[in-house]
Write a protein that binds this ligand. Structure first.
Ligand code: DP6
Length: 328
């Protein structure tokens, strides 16, 4: 009745921004991501008849908001319902990175919680079903289930919108060099951001170009055309943030060091011919994508910029899986 799971955060090359069905988190478009090797959540779940309520401990976290607790309570309720159990659980969870800063902590958090909880209840769940289940808890978490490089199909509705592997983690030696610029929790959650996406006058035009963009990115991945791939993902990040900034009311996720990193990346490309491209999720953290051969150079350059809190080099990683090291 006790299992531990590790699930990676993932970085989106094509973003999920806006849902057609907010209650079940069916997205407006397909998205593409890579799982991160060093940024993950580890969660241990134990169900026992003697527990009289669910008890969750977040190791190393000072601030746990009520909304977050409610989302977790709802997730456990849904796991129990599916697995036909009435038992309560003890849960301990930890992240290897700061949450709610643009490193998809809800993706790794919910993917690890669901994987461990179903495992602990002995409920057999396949990858597709688990991805669909996780999608309803936090959209991006459906992409933390399969291994490596992943596409989340928008599908036609709640039952066929799920993520599947495009390529295994050893397909392409590229890295996400993450520059953490702030540990302060963002003011506008992704969930609130998705709900406002439609208020941007540019949303329709973003959606018009989406299928073509997804196709072009997949084509560059298939050819391992790094510069083609990088140009698309950088433009896509700016496109998503243009929607955020023009939503009503506007959302600006960037901090001054975010912009400094963006400018530096473009300068390194021009002046040093260093092939690296930035992307940014819903937060101030910048993800610099480069080939593995350049990762240490990029990391060193980032460490020399002002106001960078930490720099972490991530390789492509496996999806959520059960491990034997428990947290209690
Ligand atoms: C900007 O998956 O965190 O990171 O479904 O409301 O939990 P909820 O949102 P979430 O949104 C992620 C948004 C993004 C882009 C992406 O990861 O595709």
């Amino acid at each position: 009745m006790k299992q531990t799971a590790i699930a990676p955060a993932n970085i989106a090359f094509i973003k999920y921004w806006g849902t057609v069905d907010p209650s079940s988190r069916v997205p407006a478009n397909n998205s593409i991501s890579m799982n991160l090797s060093e940024m993950y959540t580890q969660t241990t779940v134990e169900f026992l008849p003697e527990y009289t309520s669910d008890k969750i401990t977040f190791l190393g976290e000072n601030e746990v908001r009520q909304k977050e607790k409610d989302r977790i309570a709802n997730a456990l309720h849904r796991v129990r319902k599916l697995a036909k159990s009435t038992l309560f659980a003890k849960i301990i969870t930890r992240n290897t990175f700061p949450k709610a800063t643009g490193i998809s902590s809800s993706a790794s958090g919910f993917a690890s919680l669901a994987t461990a909880a179903f495992g602990a209840l002995g409920y057999p769940i396949g990858e597709k079903e688990l991805s669909i289940f996780c999608r309803t808890l936090s959209g991006g978490s459906c992409r933390s289930i399969p291994d490596g490089f992943v596409e989340w199909e928008k599908g036609t509705g709640p039952t066929d919108s799920f993520a599947h592997q495009l390529y295994p983690s050893n397909y392409w030696n590229i890295c996400d060099v993450v520059a953490v610029v702030s540990k302060t929790i963002k003011k506008v959650s992704s969930t609130d951001g998705h709900a406002k996406a439609y208020t941007s006058p540019f949303y329709e035009s973003r959606m018009k170009g989406m299928d073509d963009k997804v196709m072009r990115l997949k084509d560059a991945m298939q050819k391992k055309d790094f510069n083609g791939f990088g140009s698309i993902l950088e433009a896509e990040a700016l496109n998503m943030h243009a929607i955020c900034m023009t939503s009503v009311p506007p959302i600006l996720y960037w901090e001054p060091p975010t912009v400094a990193v963006m400018r530096s990346v473009q300068k390194w490309r021009e002046e040093k011919q260093l092939a690296c491209y930035f992307t940014i999720d819903a937060g101030p953290t910048v993800h610099v994508i480069c080939e593995k051969a350049n990762a240490q150079t990029v990391a060193q350059l980032l460490r020399h910029l002002l106001d960078i809190q930490s720099v972490v080099v991530n390789n492509p990683a496996p999806g959520a899986h059960i491990v034997s090291t428990h947290l209690f």
